[in-house]
Design a protein around this ligand. Sequence first.
Ligand code: NDP
Length: 271
Amino acid sequence: MDRYVVMGNPISHSLSPTIHAAFARTTKESIEYTGLLVPLGQFARSARRFFDEGGRGANVTLPFKLDAFDLAATKTDRAIVAGAANFLIARGGAIEADNTDGAGLVTDLTHNQGVRLGGAHILVLGAGGAARGIVAPLLACKPARLVIANRTAARALELAARFGDHGPVEGVALDAIPRDRYDLVLNATSTSTHGETLPVPAHALPPGAFAYDLAYGAGARAFVERATAVGMKAADGLGMLVEQAAESFELWRGVRPETRPVLAELRARMA
Ligand code: NDP
């Protein structure tokens, strides 16, 4: 049976083994997919051992997405643009890196949530690893404006400069968010998962706009509740997780799994 893993630290909370088991069942692909706890500082050694022993592919989560990118002999364009990898595949004895996070987010927003990105005014809160992976795929959908706002303004400015060739993007401090009729506000900070309140002004959460937290489940609850309380539509990042997994599964197996039943099953389990 072909073996796949998700590598991270911690890893026991990961839903990826459950998601891929469901994909394997519905597509009738015979695979084994498990979580692999990688000691800090040991990513390259663990990944090489896994592939040397015949592993076919890996997803990579916190805190190893930069290590995965550095390790790979070849990298896809979208991994290079993001500068990070959440996906590895064995190709002819070498390891190739890709990044399926951005595609997962765009698919969830457009297919599952019905959000229109073309011509949209988008506000991205945060400029960490997750933001870096989603800015280029969002700009590829041709929004009218994309503002990146971050607590450490320099990181927002750096990201905006990095992606300036991809579309109309600007970086600002979290306390200097320009007033606009934002259609979509994405929380890509780690405040939700750390149980902290995101210090943004009221005009950053406009009623009627769509709010999306990249975190999911209980981790996203505070932001989702705050957004719905002011009249926004809101969703957490569970769909992004499932869609990036589907993208990974298709790259490994050549079959696109259906995501809606898996999403529904996970939602029911979390309720
Ligand atoms: P990073 O640690 O790389 O970045 C954290 C970001 O949050 C930075 O921009 C940081 O600002 C900001 N931040 C942290 N604390 C505060 C605070 N108290 N006030 C304001 N800003 C703050 O994390 P990631 O980018 O990797 O992850 C961000 C989120 O995205 C997490 O919740 C993660 O779970 C989620 N995620 C979800 C995925 C999915 O598939 N659904 C995939 C990937 C990530 P500063 O630069 O100033 O420190």
